[in-house]
Design a protein around this ligand. Structure first.
Ligand SMILES: NC(=O)c1ccc[n+]([C@@H]2O[C@H](COP(=O)([O-])OP(=O)(O)OC[C@H]3O[C@@H](n4cnc5c(N)ncnc54)[C@H](OP(=O)(O)O)[C@@H]3O)[C@@H](O)[C@H]2O)c1
Length: 365
């Protein structure tokens, strides 16, 4: 899992690569997908696992709007009071328990199962195994047992270069679907790039006048993130679409100036949108590498430090690996930041984010 260290040569070459890649994207048209709602259902029941998370809260209403009958397996019965689930059936249960998933599929004839499951603490290897692998496999097994027509696995673009714990499990599930390890089942795998809140995580800090952290020049990689509304529309386009069975579909947001960014570019957008003067906290990648190595060594003897080492590695991963996929949708990262501008949301310190995982993300925008 450890990265190799970065030399001065890599530092300069990476910046050149990002600049060339970004220019190429901005002067090309992505023609893989056509944006727009395509296809409607006829009241078919679609069970969403992980439907109470960030993407689920956009996907479930989209399924209802498009003529499907969404059902959500929720750990918390209170979900039935949430506006996003007004047109959904809530089945109370825990996807880490195989019987709960079987019961949720068996409760009524089910045409499709979609998994959006993901552990909320990506540095907790045990939770990742339970959620990013075992719970999804429960969904696959229940789908096979009840002759569901299609299983849609929302994986991760990171599966093209898996380094982090959840990515490795996501890839493992993909392999099990492709190899039909759990029985015959039509599947579709979707690999989205990043979501907007992850690129806007430090928006509140910038708004409060704090500097934005970058590694060296801050231009090691490029990403075209996708809005959850656009991803929801994309997912529903592939529901019960036979041409999408047996396919892996990478997808990101528009290839436009306000959506294709390096990490420094995301920071510049924040300064621009908040009207704050640019202020950078430049950390050298060489010093970060040393920190990772030291914490990894210490993590071998300290249970508390192991997850910290993981977060430092994850911060590096997201800063150096390109996440560029064919474009879908119209919404942009800048548009998302414009919506954040007048909002208060708990930004959380680095330490708080480590403790609470993705729960600190603004999810109602
Ligand atoms: N974040 C990104 O930028 C990114 C990029 C590409 C792909 N993805 C993938 O896209 C999918 C959707 O992401 P998202 O942001 O919507 O995820 P999310 O908001 O973190 O939601 C995760 C879902 O999994 C459930 N879950 C988490 N831990 C659980 C546990 N221990 N036991 C049972 N259920 C548990 C949550 O239930 P509760 O609500 O009850 O906690 C929730 O429904 C995920 O597969 C993710 O890996 C994410």
């Amino acid at each position: 899992m450890a990265f190799s260290t970065i030399t001065d040569l890599d530092v300069a070459a990476a910046q050149r690569h990002s600049s060339e890649l970004r220019s190429r994207l901005l002067t090309s048209t992505s023609t893989t997908y056509t944006t727009g709602a395509d296809g409607t259902g006829n009241g078919e029941r679609v069970l969403v696992l992980g439907g109470t998370g960030y993407i689920g809260r956009a996907l479930v209403p989209e399924l209802a709007r498009r003529g499907y009958r969404p059902a959500v397996l929720a750990r918390n019965a209170e979900a039935k009071n949430d506006a996003e689930f007004a047109d959904a059936e809530i089945v109370v249960g825990d996807p880490t328990r195989a019987q709960d998933v079987l019961d949720a599929v068996a409760a009524a004839p089910t045409a499709v199962v979609i998994s959006l499951l993901s552990g909320r603490r990506p540095n907790d290897a045990e939770e990742c195994r339970l959620v990013d692998h075992d719970a999804i496999v429960h969904g696959i097994q229940a789908a096979v047992a009840h002759e569901v027509q299609q299983f849609v696995h929302i994986s991760d673009f990171g599966a093209y270069r898996p380094e982090l714990i959840p990515q490795v499990y996501k890839l493992q599930v993909e392999g099990e679907l492709m190899g039909q390890h759990h029985g015959a089942l039509d599947w579709t795998i979707i690999r989205p790039t990043s979501y907007f809140p992850y690129l806007a995580m430090t928006f509140g800090d910038v708004k409060n006048g704090e500097p934005y952290r970058i590694f060296d020049h801050g231009e090691y990689s490029v990403v075209n993130p996708i809005a959850r509304e656009d991803l929801a529309e994309f997912i529903v386009n592939h529901v019960l679409r036979e041409e999408s069975y047996g396919r892996v579909l990478p997808v990101g947001g528009p290839w436009t100036d306000d959506n294709v960014v390096t990490l420094k570019g995301a920071g510049q957008m924040m300064f621009d949108v908040t009207g704050r003067p640019e202020s950078w906290n430049v950390v050298t990648m060489a010093s970060w590498d040393k920190k990772i190595a030291r914490l990894t060594r210490m993590g071998r003897i300290s249970k508390q430090l192991k997850p910290v080492a993981y977060y430092l590695e994850a911060a590096k991963y997201w800063s150096v690996v390109d996440h560029v996929a064919p474009a879908y949708g119209t919404r942009t990262l800048r548009g998302f930041m414009e919506k954040l501008k007048d909002r208060e949301f708990p930004t959380g310190s680095f330490r708080e984010r480590m403790k609470s995982g993705t729960n600190l993300m603004p999810t109602d925008i």
